[in-house]
Design a protein around this ligand. Structure first.
Ligand code: ARG
Length: 460
């Protein structure tokens, strides 16, 4: 009968219940947030005359001892304490005596866990933003070296138009910037203190919610207590934000996997970030991007899991909510290591520019340029120009010649109006550099884009 809530019970909890009910094995991760939250709460209670200065000093000293015990590994996490909140409070009372029993005045574990978890999520939002920025900086380094390197731009995984490799990487820089903005917007929205909401309805004690909010670094105080203790939108948001970021990471990973195949040969991942096969001695496998792609599914699972946990809950707190933490912890850890390892893999990979450019010489990448030439130089309507170009491509297929290398005589045979200057237009580099519209692939435009991202990252 050593439970904090044992007053109305006459028999002890079964050990099976203890095991099933407890969250202490995983919510202990929130120990710092929990101790800081308790210090802020006790400080406010003292200012409001609910605790004495002496009691506050005892609580602070006791909590700092608990913190030390936790950080040195001395602290005994007991399943029978159920969760970290009760584990810490119990230990505090064992150290300082009666003052410890007053700490929970005007507080419930419902607002306590909401504070702890919310602050953890806010902190991780910030750390992940830093991780994305570091990844972007590395992508930018590679991009800056390849504003002139041609690579086949694709749609439907078919050769489409020549672009440069920096432009391709710039697409990912755009995605990662949006990811950062998503985390920032969540930070803004969720920076609200639940403390003082108590179990669900607020408290009759004269608490100062603004004060605890300020002490804990929140921007403001939540509006409705019933909502506050049952709201896990902030946790869903970080799961969604991580999921979207992982989806981008997974798309880049998929490309890295393809590009490291013999068929593409566009990049070679460094030995440090590649693995071998236990049977095939020649193998060098892209396990890193493959795992990034795989772990994305796992993160989505956590998002779906929590959405499902939340969807049927009547107001306010329900124990189902305890299932909010493990998925978030796992997704956060996955995000952190994924950002770090992708950054290193990109930093150390070899870009095989020669192969990228060679690949551009197949698939008639400059076909659109021929059509554009016919429109611009010969005044032919685009639909007709498209048809004529199709004939030229068919000719190329028949002769096994890429349009970019086709002699003028063949082109003239297809349409009299085609002039000799067409040859310049069919050149792959010319094709890439012709796309000067804003946001286009022309090297000049690509450089502008890279500058934009450098400015964004504060590197210029
Ligand atoms: N361990 C619980 C959780 O993580 C803390 C809140 C418990 N509150 C309660 N009324 N049982 O959700």
């Amino acid at each position: 009968m050593d439970k904090m809530w044992s007053g109305r019970f006459s028999a002890s909890a079964s050990s099976l219940l203890d095991q099933f009910n407890a969250s202490i094995m995983f919510d202990r991760k929130l120990y710092k947030e929990d101790i800081e939250g308790s210090i802020a709460h006790a400080t406010m209670l003292t200012k409001q005359g609910i605790l004495t200065q002496d009691e506050l000093e005892k609580i602070k000293d006791g909590l700092s001892q608990v913190l030390k015990e936790i950080e040195s590994g001395e602290f005994e996490w007991k399943i029978s304490d159920e969760d970290l909140h009760m584990g810490i409070e119990k230990r505090l009372t064992a150290i300082i005596g009666d003052a410890g029993k007053k700490l929970h005045t005007a507080r419930s574990r419902n607002d306590q866990v909401a504070v702890d978890f919310r602050r953890y999520v806010l902190r991780k939002n910030n750390e992940i933003i830093e991780g994305i920025k570091a990844l972007m900086a590395e992508v930018l380094v590679v991009a800056n070296q390849h504003t002139e390197t041609l690579i086949p731009g694709m749609t439907h995984l078919q050769h489409a138009q020549p672009i440069n490799f920096a432009f391709h990487l710039g697409a990912y820089l755009s995605m990662f910037k949006r990811d950062i903005e998503r985390f920032e917007s969540s930070l803004e929205r969720n920076n609200i203190s639940p403390l003082g909401c108590a179990a669900l309805a607020g408290t009759p004690h004269n608490v100062d919610r603004k004060m605890t909010a300020e002490l804990l670094g929140f921007h403001s105080v939540s509006v409705n207590c019933l909502d506050t203790v049952s709201d896990r939108d902030f946790a869903l948001e970080i799961l969604f934000n991580i999921s979207t970021m992982m989806m981008h990471i997974s798309r880049l990973s998929e490309e890295l996997i393809m590009w490291s195949s013999y068929e593409f040969g566009f990049v070679e991942l460094s030995d440090e970030y590649s693995t071998g096969s236990s049977i095939m001695p020649q193998k060098k496998n892209p396990d890193v991007p493959e795992l990034l792609r795989g772990k994305t599914g796992r993160v989505y699972g956590s998002l779906m899991g929590l959405l499902t946990v939340m969807k049927g809950l009547p107001l306010a707190y329900n124990k189902d909510t305890q299932e909010d933490k493990e998925g978030v912890f796992d997704a956060v850890e996955t995000a952190e290591i994924s950002l770090e390892i992708l950054k290193e893999a990109i930093k150390t990979m070899e870009v095989k520019a020669y192969n990228m450019e060679k690949a551009c010489a197949i698939g008639h990448l400059s076909a659109t340029d021929l059509a554009d030439y016919l429109v611009e130089k010969c005044g032919i309507p685009f639909r007709e120009a498209h048809f004529i170009t199709g004939r030229a491509v068919a000719k190329g297929e028949e002769l096994h010649i890429d349009l970019s290398a086709m002699e003028y005589k063949y082109l003239k045979e297809i349409d009299e109006r085609i002039g000799e200057d067409v040859i310049e237009y069919l050149g792959l580099r010319h094709s890439m550099n012709a796309r000067t519209s804003e946001g286009g692939t022309a090297s000049t435009r690509t450089k502008e884009q890279l500058e934009y991202f450098a400015n964004y990252l504060g590197e210029k």
